[in-house]
Design a protein around this ligand. Sequence first.
Ligand code: HEM
Length: 303
Amino acid sequence: MSKLGDFDAVRKDIASILKKKGYDDGSIGPVLVRLAWHASGTYSKEDETGGSNGAGMRYEEEGGDPANAGLENARAFLEPIKEKHPWITYADLWTLAGVVAIKEMDGPEIEWKPGRTDFTNKRYVPPRGRLPDGAQGQDHLRHIFYRMGFNDQEIVALTGAHNLGRCHKNRSGFDGPWVVNPTRFSNTFYKFLLNLKWEPRKWDGPFQYSAYAPGMDEDDEPLMMLPTDYSLVQDEKFRPWVEKYAADRDLFYADFAKAFAKLIELGVYRDEDGIARCDKRDAKGSYIPAPKKSSSTGARPNL
Ligand code: HEM
């Protein structure tokens, strides 16, 4: 066991498990980034519920939300880290894993602060349906992200995370990666959004866009964009940010780092001692371990 509070030891161990032959594109980094984002993206500034405090995805109410399909894998991948460093809370571990994964995949350094605690019961788990639906457009994006307290520029910056990873038919129903090298952070997502010839994919799945990058041929797996991604170039306020980030990688990295740091702080209200108590009335300071048996909230990989 590492020393209490030795987050560098946790960071090192997270970095050491990212590469994984046979899983997707050879890295669990992208799905860890998605875990950090979905843990945080339930926040509502209206009533200050949701957000990354609490690690509510351990409960079926949140973990079983169809929007979180596939994230049981991410949680299971992190279980050995939790066992080795039992003092870290799941809420801290899931957000830290996203930050470490982004950095290790050549992304920016993102500020991360500890102090999150885990719910000890499901009373404060946010309702389902707060995460964005890729089948929709710009109005929906604004509705969801304004509720979290983000503006148009931050929406465009955050969506740049779709430089990483892929869609899975058996998770979201969508299919394919956004870029050619989906385990390396970059601003290619914006360049491709602007420059490739996107056409509706002809298939029996949900509506999505499809294109090939120069150098790819018909035998290659096509690239994809969700309707929400594509709305970033259709909307007159979003589009200038897509153009800026496509042209200026450093600006994108700086803005993404700021927006992601803000994202993982949503719903984290720390006391003077730096601890963000989930509920001051009934917090007992004890943690509920993630269930280990297979279930939608379970910790067994479902590969
Ligand atoms: C703008 C609204 C967003 C929508 C509608 C959306 C939707 C989706 C969908 C449908 C998938 C595919 C899931 C699967 O089938 O496995 C996905 C994957 C992903 N999303 Fe988003 N997303 C959004 C924003 C974000 C944000 C803000 C981030 C992080 C900052 C993010 C990071 C990721 C990553 C890294 C993956 C790849 C996961 C993997 O490879 O397993 N997304 N997203």
